[in-house]
Design a protein around this ligand. Sequence first.
Ligand code: ADP
Ligand code: NA
Length: 332
Amino acid sequence: QFSTRVFSGIKPSGGLTLGNYLGAIKRFVDWQERGTDCIFCVVDLHAITVWQEPSELPGMTREVAAGYLAAGIDPEKSILFNQSQVHEHAELAWIFNCVARVGWMNRMTQFKEKAGKNSEKESLGLYAYPSLMAADILLYHATHVPVGEDQKQHVELTRDIAAKFNHDYGTEFFPLTEPVIDGPATRVMNLRDGSKKMSKSGQSDMERINMTDDADTIAKKFKKARTDPEPLPETMEGLKERPEARNLVDIYASLSDRSSAEVLRDYAGAGWGQFKPALAELAVEKLAPVAEEMRRLMDDPAEIDRTLARGAERARAIAAPILAKTYETVGL
Ligand code: ADP
Ligand code: NA
């Protein structure tokens, strides 16, 4: 009974990375171009679950918005807005805090990874992050959430929250949203440490490719990326125990809209001295026009703010009646 609708978000918590581009934004553009009803958000309420400098947050929000726009999100086709401008997100999150169980949150691996051993010093917001994310998604009755692999558990928790709400209140008001994790680059890894995903926060600059890096920087970072000494194998089987090699092949595949197996067919037997420069060249070819457009957009912050404000109005038109119905259902 729910028509197909996509929701996804990106935190303004640092510069956008190649992981954000391949694992998220590039796929969002594909959804939009297939004509799907899409809502994309800059999730600033999520960003402040860890400290953000108040004077820097608006700039980071605009940079994420510019990344979406430069990569091809069209604010006429899709709804593009900034989470804190639609207060319904925080209100539905509170209701979901009362639906979700403490035990569910305790099982979230991302919190454990981020908090490490010192979890008592983390914000309560970081711990409850998944119920705000459930609110982001369910406030629009979104049916599909394209995300990177790292967000799978959170989207599954969103389903648990929807199911428990529906069960407890005897309704079928919220959809059981599907995570969509597809393509060759659902988990782009850190270039220096193959056990960590590439991330915009908490890593040094050489460990990641930023969407705004220039050609020389991209080439240098790929050149310095950790790899084993072996040449590229003929089949995917040969990448099994080689996470760093696998990562670079997956990045190449995603950038060229092919499968990793197809890339190996072209490069079987190639050494890194051949593959890394080819990868850098491809990355520059794809990212440079996007970076240039991002810089152009960021030169006019007022225009980005107007785009986000229009998006917030459209988002609220969907969100407000869904929140009102939720309040009524709960007896508020
Ligand atoms: P980050 O971890 O870089 O701060 P966010 O938490 O804002 O990114 O995530 C925004 C989107 O980008 C999510 O869908 C997330 O799964 C995706 N994403 C983030 N990092 C990667 C990565 N290294 N590989 C693939 N997708 C990623
Ligand atoms: Na993340």
